[in-house]
Write a protein that binds this ligand. Structure first.
Ligand code: KIV
Ligand code: ZN
Length: 398
């Protein structure tokens, strides 16, 4: 069933950049067909904006963005965005990529930190002029324009405010603040976003401008920084599935969305995401990109809903809430998993044996449990086949 996207002042817009920043992960490239299939799945997941690619990067990227715009960017579907440097050629090519979508967006950016201005061999004044030209051109092509001052995390605050003000004056409707190198701390980021919202002329509360953040995970703080920004008033977050992206990756969508949903009282916002699509989307992205998900990855890792120790297993069997703050069903898993190993207890063993058709209790269970513990000491995980063998041997039962 198609997701129905609705918006109010408490909606956090989910901007997915798996197909753009995510595809910039070392070694992760996708065919056009794979990109299209991922875009369709992202739409089923309910993301609001899909950044489909960087059309000026290559003719193939342009074609993939065009197909996604035509086939996924339907009237009731997500906005389709194309990335462009603040140069005319990129902006026109981005428009060629997205123009067939029912809701197209041009996302243009310019580095604003001292090192980025040095790299571009321009000063602040020239930077402001380039932003003015780029956003004005983008706006002449497309109503929906997003501007990002790249490396905002290390950009002088006074200049950052000027850059954002110029972008808004020229028609930008979303101001996206990137922590391009994953440098800031949650407290610094929350303060920075709050100050930007308060002090940028034309972009304060009630202006209609959406403030957005785009965090990288170099110090493992991308999710924390993104959530801190939401508490300061950001109403768009730029994220990827499984947290893939340049270097240590981007903010992980599943972590941010599940935090917003699970800790609703802490954030008091909503999203349009159908969280039961997370596992399927995560597996698709991992398979197509050839990037395995670490087992202990929050939300979508193989161990995220697995319990090994006896105390935890007993608790979960009696009442799942004891050790689970989200249900496995809420992210698209059928059940949580009890892993039988040396920390496991009688209760989990009894339940697993019953599932295999062996109803054991009392002394019989004690006997099997002692043998199970010896086996578990020798092996990391005791499998169903191990349990079958153990039962056959213990009770000569075929
Ligand atoms: O990390 C970054 O600054 C980016 C921009 C292009 C938004 O990816
Ligand atoms: Zn990025």
């Amino acid at each position: 069933m198609a997701v129905k996207r609705t918006y109010d002042e408490n909606t956090v817009v989910i901007f997915d950049t798996t197909l753009r920043d995510g595809e910039q992960s070392p070694g992760a490239t996708l065919s056009s067909a794979e990109k299209l299939e991922i875009a369709r799945q992202l739409s089923r997941l309910g993301v609001d904006v899909i950044e489909a690619g960087f059309p000026a990067a290559s003719p193939d990227d342009l074609k993939a963005v065009q197909r996604i715009a035509q086939e996924v960017g339907t009237e009731d579907g997500p906005t389709i965005a194309g990335l462009a440097r603040a140069v005319e050629g990129d902006i026109r090519t981005a428009w060629e990529g997205v123009k067939d979508a029912a809701h197209p967006r041009i996302h243009t950016f310019l580095g604003t930190s001292p090192s980025h201005l040095r790299m571009l061999r321009i000063d602040e004044e020239e930077g402001l002029q380039r932003i003015r030209k780029a956003v004005t051109l983008a706006k002449s092509l497309c109503d929906d324009v997003e501007f990002s001052p790249m490396d905002a995390g290390r950009t002088d605050m006074e200049f950052l405010i000027k850059a954002c003000a110029v972008a808004v004056e020229c028609g930008a409707t979303t101001l996206n603040i990137p922590d391009t190198v994953g440098y800031v701390t949650p407290k610094e980021w929350a303060e920075k976003i709050e100050q930007l919202i308060q002090e940028t002329p034309g972009a304060g509360p009630g202006s209609g401008v959406i403030w957005s953040v785009h965090c990288h995970n170099d110090l493992g703080m991308a999710t924390a920084n993104t959530l801190a920004a939401v508490q300061s008033g950001a109403r768009q977050v730029e994220v990827t599935i499984n947290g893939i992206g340049e270097r240590a990756g981007n903010t992980s969508m599943e972590e941010v969305v599940m935090a917003l949903h699970t800790r609703k009282s802490a954030y008091d916002v909503r999203t349009n995401v159908d969280t039961t699509q997370f596992m399927k989307t995560s597996r698709m992205v991992s398979n197509y990109m050839g990037m395995p998900v670490q087992p202990n990855k929050a939300i979508v890792g193989a161990n995220a809903f697995a319990h090994e120790s006896g105390i935890h297993q007993d608790g979960v069997l009696k009442d799942a809430e004891t050790f689970e703050i989200m249900t496995p069903e809420s992210v698209g898993l059928h059940t949580s998993r009890l892993v039988l190993g040396k920390h496991s207890g009688r209760h989990a063993l009894k339940v697993r044996l019953a599932e295999l058709g062996y109803n054991v209790d009392g002394d019989a269970l004690n006997q099997v449990f002692s043998r199970f513990k010896v086996l578990a000491d020798a092996k990391k995980n005791v499998t169903d086949a191990d349990l079958e063998a153990l039962m056959t041997d213990e009770f000569h039962k075929p």
